[in-house]
Design a protein around this ligand. Structure first.
Ligand SMILES: C=CC1=C(C)c2cc3[nH]c(cc4nc(cc5[nH]c(cc1n2)c(C)c5CCC(=O)O)C(CCC(=O)O)=C4C)c(C)c3C=C
Ligand SMILES: [Fe+2]
Ligand SMILES: [Fe+2]
Length: 339
């Protein structure tokens, strides 16, 4: 073959299939400038902040970016992986990538890219193309669809593809909130998490990342997909519906977000006689600042301060065997016809 190529002809690569895991992203460090750079990119995304651009620019640049990087940096420092000098989100996303690569074998290239920060989605897509991937499955690691997460992750990938002369064929993995394997895996992690405790929780909270209520009203299906996840899990466990509550966390800004709020619920539960809780965050495929700092640390402080007695955080599925079995099953399904 190479003997017939004209002089200077580009190298002909062996065709491969690529699987690109996409997650939100995270700062490179806990210092002011690293966090500021990350937050600026994140909060400049019109899929995340739908406020009029001219109104938002001074609020973001003159107010939020003056104060929030310092505060968020302190929170990141509480959960930072000091051994690897990296944020847990990136450590876990890399572990998921390596575990999936081992499961899918050498004919499929598995990598990960972030919507904000590093490694950028563009750089990983270019590397995949360079490695000969002519078919790529994009895997936004969000069980529930939202324009603020899934759509913007895909947008970023397509933005990079726009600049390629030889575009690969691309598929995007749908949200998997009602996939049987996801529901079963989540249910199992809750059952095992609760059984491993030395107390019986009065209630288990499924705490989902929140969003402005306006986004739901404008048609974002995230809210309904969160409720459906919890309903399917309760049905699978055979638990009464009231044993599993839905709440929404990580409120940002003064507008109304999806309710009930996790922090307010945690403060109210002891007064309603529910003093022992377990809590998990099913919208996150990997533990991160919003689960480790906000839920596992601050949530416990708030609950105990309000008169709670026992509190347990059940981790995300992360790169656990059952979690990776689940991702592998869904990825293989989405690769059908390609492998
Ligand atoms: C400002 C609006 C925000 C919306 C809407 C939003 C939606 C949303 N986010 C996730 C997942 C994650 N968010 C994370 C951090 C984070 N989120 C926001 C704001 C919104 N998120 C901010 C400002 C931050 C940064 C942290 C901080 O300063 O407090 C993370 C963790 C990243 C990490 O580095 O660990 C994740 C993951 C979902 C699923 C979602 C859907 C509605
Ligand atoms: Fe967020
Ligand atoms: Fe809904």
């Amino acid at each position: 073959m190479s003997g017939q190529l004209p002089a200077g002809h580009p190298e002909v690569k062996r065709q491969k299939i690529g699987v690109l895991l996409l997650n939100l992203g995270t700062p490179d460090g806990t210092d002011y400038w690293s966090v500021r750079r990350y937050l600026k990119e994140f909060l400049s995304d019109p899929r995340v902040i739908e406020t009029n651009k001219l109104l938002w620019w001074p609020i973001l640049n003159l107010v939020i970016l003056s104060f929030r990087p310092q505060k968020s940096g302190e929170n990141y420092a509480r959960i930072w992986d000091k051994e690897r000098n990296e944020s847990p989100l990136r450590v876990i996303t890399r572990q998921q990538t390596e575990a999936l690569q081992a499961r899918l074998g050498p004919d499929i290239l598995v990598d990960f890219g972030m919507r904000y920060g590093n490694p950028s989605t563009r750089s990983r897509l270019e590397a995949m193309q360079e490695a000969g991937c002519q078919k790529i499955l994009l895997v936004p690691l969000y069980p529930q669809y939202s324009a603020t997460t899934t759509a913007t992750a895909n947008d970023k990938a397509f933005e990079a593809l726009r600049d390629l002369r030889w575009q690969p064929a691309v598929r995007t993995m749908p949200a998997y909130f009602e996939e049987q394997v996801y529901v079963e895996t989540l249910a199992r992690s809750i059952k095992e998490g609760v059984e491993s405790l030395d107390f019986e929780p009065d209630v288990v909270l499924t705490s989902y990342h929140g969003m402005p209520k306006k986004y739901l009203m404008n048609g974002d299906p995230y809210h309904c997909q969160c409720y459906k996840t919890t309903r399917l899990v309760a049905e699978h466990l055979g638990w009464p519906r009231e044993k599993l509550m839905v709440t929404f966390q990580s409120r940002f800004g003064p507008t109304e977000w999806l309710q009930p709020y996790t922090d307010e619920t945690l403060k109210a539960l002891p007064g309603r006689g529910m003093k022992k809780v377990a809590i998990l965050a099913p919208a996150f495929s990997a533990d991160c600042i919003e689960t480790l700092e906000e839920i596992a640390i601050t949530g416990e402080e708030e609950f105990m301060h309000a008169g709670g007695e026992r509190y347990a955080y059940i981790p995300c599925l992360n790169a656990s065997e059952p979690g990776m079995d689940m991702i592998e099953t869904i990825v293989r399904k989405e690769l059908s016809g390609w492998i």
